[in-house]
Structure formats: C-alpha cells, structure tokens
Design a protein around this ligand. Structure first.
Ligand SMILES: Cc1cc2nc3c(=O)[nH]c(=O)nc-3n(C[C@H](O)[C@H](O)[C@H](O)COP(=O)(O)O)c2cc1C
Length: 192
C-alpha cells in the first residue's frame, strides 16, 4: 500500500469513477455547530490533492454556518461496488475567490442559475417559488455572463487524518489510518 494518502485516495477515486457509479465523488460531510450539535449531508467533491479536499455550497446554508463557527469537519466516502470507505478528518478554510470563480464559471449554465435561484435550506412556501426564481435569474442575465453569487463558494478540508477501510471476508476488514505529523504522515493499522 502507498505511503502517500493523497495518492491512495486518487487511486480509489479513479477505481470508483471506472465502476459505473452515478456520482463517484459523492460523500457525506459531517459538521458540528459551535455548541456541538452534529449534522451530516451528502456533497460532491470537486478537487482533491495535497492542498486539500474541496466542496462547494451556499454560504448561508446551515453547513456553511457550522463551518464558520467550527471549522472541524469530516468527509466520508463509501463506494459500494469497491467495498471501500474513506474518512477524511481535518479543518476547513474558505476556497480563495479566484478558485471559486473559476469553478463556478465551469459549471453548466443551469447550475449557475440554480445557485442564484435557491436560498438553500430556507423554507419555501410553494414549489413554484423556486421556478419563479429560476425564470427571474434567467431573464436577468439573458445570454450574458452569470457571475458567482457572493454567497456561493467552497471550502477546502485540510486533512489531519485519512482512513482507508476495505471489506474482507468474515469482518476481517483492512483499516489503515494516516495521521499527519509535521510535514509527513504516520501510518497505522486499526482493528476493524
Ligand atoms: C448526491 C448528493 C450530492 C450533493 N451535493 C451537494 C453539494 O455539492 N453541495 C451542496 O451544497 N449540497 C449538495 N447536496 C445537497 C445536500 O446534501 C444538502 O441537502 C444541502 O446542501 C443542504 O444542507 P445543509 O442544510 O446541511 O446546509 C447533495 C445531495 C446529494 C444527495
């Protein structure tokens, strides 16, 4: 097994991309408020490597509020066809503006419109409310450039530990955790 957890993660994700999953980058993001109330939801990983693991969201959403109050978070991937789980624990920092702008510009036009139209996690009186917002945003920008909303950006999770779990027969699963130590990583096996 590689001694570089980023390399190992990249190899797992490549395998996941090659096994026909609809959303191989889907992962659960666990956060906690300043007073310790946990919450967890699915997000899509948009970048990864030694600089961290990047997700994007609405900055007024409950998850973003949690991350502002308490930057500790965990991402958990489970790729059922591979029988593998990866957990990435660390602290987040905001993605810089230029990176967020570049990623936003790469999204399909309707997704960019959606980012303006959805007040993520706010109560919506009728289903029509979202559709009306989509129509209004579409009319506002016409065929012009759609800028990134100020309240839409990303977080970069800087890992302190990355754990790989691989299913084995009779619950004798393989678990290896990499813990950051200085510039390097300490690798340790765990009981399953
Ligand atoms: C497969 C999947 C991927 C998702 N990806 C994202 C994402 O990348 N960013 C996001 O803000 N919400 C994403 N969502 C929606 C979130 O799970 C969640 O419902 C929403 O962000 C509101 O979360 P919050 O109220 O905890 O902030 C995704 C949902 C699913 C099922």
């Amino acid at each position: 097994m590689s001694s570089d957890p980023f390399n190992l993660f990249a190899r797992c994700l490549t395998k996941a991309r090659n096994c026909g999953l609809a959303e191989p980058t889907a992962c659960a993001l666990a956060t906690a408020s300043a007073d310790g109330r946990p919450s967890c939801r699915m997000v899509l990983l948009k970048d990864h490597g030694p600089d961290g693991f990047v997700i994007y969201t609405n900055l007024d959403s409950p998850k973003a509020q949690d991350l502002k109050e308490n930057p500790r978070a965990e991402l958990c991937f489970y790729w059922m066809p591979l029988k593998r789980q990866v957990r990435i624990h660390g602290t987040v920092k905001p993605v810089d503006e230029a990176t967020a702008d570049a990623y936003f510009a790469s999204r399909p036009r309707l997704s960019r419109i959606g980012a303006w139209a959805s007040r993520q996690s706010q109560p919506m009186k009728t289903a029509l409310e979202l559709e009306k917002n989509v129509v209004a945003v579409t009319a506002r920008y016409g065929f012009g450039k759609i800028p990134r909303p100020e309240n839409w950006s990303g977080f970069r999770l800087l890992p302190e530990s990355i754990e790989f779990w691989v299913e084995k027969p009779f619950r004798q699963h393989h678990r290896v955790i990499f813990r950051r130590e200085g510039e390097g990583w300490i690798k340790e096996r765990l009981f399953p």
